[in-house]
Design a protein around this ligand. Structure first.
Ligand SMILES: N[C@@H](CCC(=O)N[C@@H](CS)C(=O)NCC(=O)O)C(=O)O
Length: 212
């Protein structure tokens, strides 16, 4: 049964949540956002009723089905809007290219999330510095690999794809949390891409500064 509005659980400071919100807006799909923070005990308990992992994003379809993990949610949204509108191309070669790019971007973002948790969740004397350095390096390597291959105006040329949405929301998030005393990430093309994308309402309306 369809008819009830789709619900996105999670807060836009999570890049994985923001990429779903941005994609929903780019697809002109109506949805409600319920801001559940994993750092708030009551909200975490509500989130666990949607996702046993207590992780965001969680997503409820208009038929009441629950989806977790942003890749699975994107897959659902792409099927909903159809191949003409989907930000992941259906053409075999183009699809493989975009999926590879998304895979690198996911990894780069996950490494930064792990680095943030290493710093914020561990007592200071338990932080394992070599591991932390490796995480920072992996994010740098992943984002710079995408910057190297990026074309203009979008990563794959004339048409925006999910690689652009993911690159922009991840870049915006990484910039906010990356410490100054680790190797800087050199991504001039992603800087320009983020500026261009954030002039679109689907990106600017979902941009949120951590801690606000
Ligand atoms: N692979 C997942 C990653 C989601 C993720 O890492 N979410 C973080 C926020 S950015 C979270 O909920 N962390 C809390 C936890 O893992 O306990 C996805 O793509 O949805």
């Amino acid at each position: 049964m369809r008819g009830v509005i789709m619900i996105l659980y999670g807060i836009y400071t999570s890049p994985f949540v923001r990429r779903i919100a941005t994609t929903l807006k780019l697809y002109d799909l109506e949805f409600t956002n319920i801001e559940l923070k994993t750092s708030n005990a009551a909200q975490l308990s509500e989130l666990r009723s949607k996702n046993p992992l207590g992780r965001v994003p969680a997503f409820e379809t208009d038929a009441g089905a629950l989806l977790i993990d942003s890749i699975a949610i994107l897959d659902y949204l792409d099927r909903l809007v159809g191949i003409k509108k989907s930000l992941i191309p259906s053409d075999f070669e183009q699809r493989t290219t975009v999926m590879t790019q998304i895979g690198i971007l996911n990894g780069a973002m996950e490494k930064t999330v792990s680095a943030v948790y290493e710093i914020e969740k561990r007592p200071e004397d338990k932080i394992h510095q070599p591991w932390l350095e490796q995480l920072h390096q992996q994010t740098k390597d992943g984002m710079e690999a995408i910057d190297n291959l990026a074309m203009t105006p979008w990563i794959n040329g004339e048409k925006m794809t999910q690689a652009d949405v993911s690159a922009v929301v991840f870049w915006d998030a990484i910039k906010q949390v990356r410490p100054n005393d680790v190797p800087a990430i050199e991504c001039p093309k992603l800087v320009a891409l983020s500026e261009r994308a954030n002039s679109l309402s689907a990106f600017s309306e979902t941009y949120k500064v951590r801690g606000h």
